[in-house]
Design a protein. Structure first.
Length: 334
């Protein structure tokens, strides 16, 4: 199942139990007036604000003492703040598809003037993602990535030029993993990316999307980790009625009838290793065999007037990947 990742415009999203680095906006600058001792630039913090996120614009320079300079800030042509040493302002970034024009007029204490303008255009990227791990068909949650699993990402960019959103098929996609560009899977229209989580540490996935003329661009980067650990859940099973998927068997189970079927489901194991899984069932420490042809189903029957406890356990291991393993047990009172 594909899950839709969409960050709110007031927060920075983390999925996987995923953390996200906010979308980047296209910045352009123009310069007027004197240069040299009055040269400066306008910087942003965060450098790449998200739509409607609070952002600080500030003066960056090594040419003059900005704390002694007279600074006038304009936002969209209107004076926002002014004063001596007013080296920064706090504003709200534009909404998706919008833009804001920030201009700083600086007069140094040597009476030299200069100005710079930065235009922030609201671009962003949304993502769909799915982990190539197993969950049963009735499970309403999301398949989580585990060690060694592949993850498929689909990018949905929102890139604007002259007030119009550009088609995703016309854009260039540059994918990176741990800050290294994947050249083979980058290029025109390549809006999907598949990679494998090979370790326990986070993998940093980055994407830069731009028009072919590099006129506008946006970037996103976020950390993905193996949140899912292979595990086993037990369910009651009846050959006529199928699996009772609405309740997990855990703790102590009272056997109300003379027979019970237990079905084991191996959550978050790799899809490409399912055929390599070995099931080892035990009852009270002794090996028992599952149903013929159904290695994930164990059938139990109690004799008439017999009372006792059956400790059922199951170990599942992959012969192809030593990290893909799980163990679970359940107690049956009869």
């Amino acid at each position: 199942m594909l899950a839709f990742i969409k960050k709110t415009r007031k927060t920075i999203l983390r999925s996987f139990s995923l953390s996200l680095v906010a979308g980047i906006f296209f910045l352009c600058a123009s310069t007027t007036g004197a240069i040299g001792s009055s040269d400066f630039s306008i910087s942003l913090n965060p450098k790449n604000p998200s739509p409607s996120e609070n952002v600080t614009a500030y003066i960056s320079t090594f040419q003059f003492d900005k704390e002694r300079a007279e600074i006038i800030w304009e936002v969209d042509g209107k004076i926002f703040e002014r004063g001596v040493g007013k080296t920064s302002i706090d504003i709200e970034a534009p909404e998706l598809g919008g833009k804001k024009t920030i201009t700083a007029y600086v007069t140094t204490n040597d009476d030299v003037s200069n100005s710079k303008t930065t235009v922030i255009v609201g671009n962003d990227i949304d993502f769909l993602w799915e982990a190539q791990t197993y969950v049963p068909y009735w499970y309403k949650g999301k398949a989580l990535p585990s060690i060694g699993s592949q993850i498929k990402l689909i990018a949905i960019p929102h890139l604007f030029l002259n007030g119009s959103e550009l088609s995703g098929n016309s854009l260039n996609y540059e994918w990176h993993v741990d800050y290294v560009k994947d050249t083979l899977r980058s290029g025109l229209g390549k809006d999907f990316f598949v990679f494998r989580l090979d370790g326990y540490s986070d993998s940093i996935v980055g994407l830069r999307v731009s028009d072919m003329g590099q006129t506008v661009y946006t970037e996103r980067a976020f950390a993905l980790s193996a949140e899912g650990k292979p595990e086993i859940l037990f369910y009651r099973y009846n050959p006529l009625e199928g699996v009772s998927s609405n309740k997990v068997l855990d703790g102590g189970i009272d056997l109300m009838t003379s027979e019970i079927g237990i079905r084991a489901e191996p959550f978050f194991f790799l899809l490409d290793n399912l055929n390599d899984l070995v099931y080892s069932w035990q009852m009270n420490g002794l090996g028992v065999l599952p149903e013929e042809g159904n290695k994930n189903i164990l059938s139990l029957r109690s004799e008439k007037n017999q009372k006792g406890i059956a400790n059922i356990s199951l170990s599942i291991k992959s012969t192809a990947n030593v990290l893909q393993k799980a163990y679970e047990s359940v107690k049956i009172n009869f």
